[in-house]
Design a protein around this ligand. Structure first.
Ligand code: HAM
Length: 429
């Protein structure tokens, strides 16, 4: 029991961590190119932030939050998503007082109590961006372009970008009335969940995955029919911008998304062929959320991507990862007399910026070489008594097996040159 992890959580161990570091690095880099700066926000917040921000009729708030009282008796919740926290941090940090837009990104764990399955966990990880202060559809285009660029940069294919506009509160009120008129005569054909959504949030019925609800919904009035002129125009400019950039998308009028704060542009990416949890990321505009949380009328837009699902998709599609070697140099010793030299050489290599290891297990030379090979060292420096007396060591390239004698004064220079050359091959997950 003490060694088993809680259901729905994962250990990310060496061998896997490198893949995480890689997909995080690509995200940092894509964000840098688009001018988004990193933000780091708390893992837990006051429960009320999510109840109000995400919406108390959403699945997340109704049944998926990790909520508990802290020792001071305050109700706190492990964050189920990043947007509400980002809005709170924007307000708390008075970022409305600096030149707008404020464009930020985050990387980190989120928590939702759901039934775990492949691609769905109770602790999972997201990368996400949020842009505050810009009303123009230009920012919608930028955010969607960044979103798609990340997947492109990782080498993912078979993606489908779904796009919708969920309108402003005015159009949604019109749609809500029209949906209630429509669904009233079909109530008995809906699932129990949707029957309870009928009064509270009929838009969510459009999003239900149950076959019988999908059938009824297929003839329901759509958001497109209910958009006001302003929202229609906003959506048109977003679509034209994506067309200009050559970003393909599918219009999906039933894309509602499971969080209450969206207005206007809503989008989601599904990857075909990775199983039930095919939605790897999604987002949209949330023009009323800053007002709701902090009484300031400031627009916002963003997205989040599930990192476990990104890795799953990369694995399914056989996308390679660039790093192959465990470390740059292994310093192998023959004979006790060389140990102090090996200690100092390893230290100097590390200080020169290389990753270097030496024997700490008292292994024979043969066993040391086997270990270096198993741990994927790029080079081994073999330090023998006789060679050392001649101020020489042997450098062996572990990929080719090629060996050369090198003067001890040249070791670091030569290894620095060799390790800055590109590595061959790639590792598939
Ligand atoms: P979301 O659609 O709830 O949006 O989550 C975004 C992504 O997180 C999903 O597409 C999925 O890849 C991943 N995800 C969600 N739940 C799980 C889970 N239980 N296990 C594994 N992965 C999961 C949001 O969170 C919004 N905050 C996005 C946003 C940002 N909208 C505007 N700004």
């Amino acid at each position: 029991m003490l060694t088993s992890r809680p259901r729905g959580t994962n250990d990310i161990l060496p061998g896997e961590t490198e893949k995480w570091q890689y997909i995080e690095k690509v995200f940092h880099d894509v964000c840098r190119r688009y001018g988004y700066k990193e933000m780091r926000i708390p893992i837990f917040e006051h429960t009320e932030l999510f109840e109000r921000g995400v919406g108390d009729t959403t699945d997340i708030v109704e049944k998926e939050m990790y909520t508990f009282n802290d020792r001071g008796g305050r109700s706190v919740t492990l964050r189920p998503e990043g947007t509400a926290s980002a809005v709170r941090a924007y307000l708390d940090g008075k970022l409305f007082a600096v030149p707008q837009p404020v464009k930020m990104y985050y990387i980190g764990p989120m928590f939702r109590y759901d039934r775990p399955q492949a691609g769905r966990y109770r602790q999972f990880h997201q990368v996400g961006v949020e842009a505050f202060g810009a009303e123009s559809p230009a920012i919608d285009i930028e955010v969607v372009a960044l979103f798609m660029d990340y997947f492109r940069e990782l080498g993912l294919t078979e993606l489908e970008l779904m796009l919708n506009s969920v309108g402003c509160p005015k159009c949604r009120k019109v749609l809500r009335d029209r949906l209630q008129d429509y669904f009233r005569s079909h109530l008995s054909s809906l699932c129990e969940n949707c029957r309870s959504r009928f009064d509270r949030n009929p838009l969510r019925i459009l999003d239900c995955k149950e076959a019988k609800c999908r059938e009824v919904s297929s003839d329901a009035p759509t958001l497109f029919d209910s958009l006001c002129d302003r929202c229609l125009n906003h959506f048109k400019i977003v679509r034209e911008g994506l067309d200009e950039l050559g970003v393909p998308y599918t219009l999906n009028p039933s894309l509602v998304r499971g969080l209450d704060y969206y207005t206007n542009t809503a989008f989601e990416v599904v990857v075909h062929g990775i199983g039930a949890q095919s939605s790897i990321g999604g987002g949209g505009r949330y023009d009323g959320l800053v007002e709701l949380i902090g009484k300031r009328d400031i627009p916002g837009i963003g997205f989040a991507i599930g990192m476990e699902r990104v890795l799953l998709a990369m694995e399914k599609q056989g996308v390679g990862f660039p790093s192959v070697h465990g470390f740059d140099v292994y310093v192998a010793t023959i004979g006790k007399g060389t140990e102090t030299y090996a200690l100092k050489l390893t230290d100097s290599l590390r200080k020169a910026g290389l990753s270097a290891e030496r024997d700490v297990m008292g292994r024979s030379l043969r066993a040391q070489m086997k270990y270096a090979s198993k741990m994927a060292a790029r080079y081994t420096v073999i330090v023998g008594d006789e060679e050392l007396a001649r101020e020489q060591v042997i450098i062996r390239c572990m990929d080719t097996g090629k060996q050369e004698d090198v003067h001890i004064e040249d070791i670091i220079k030569i290894l620095l040159e060799k390790t800055t050359q590109p590595q061959g091959g790639s590792l598939s997950v």
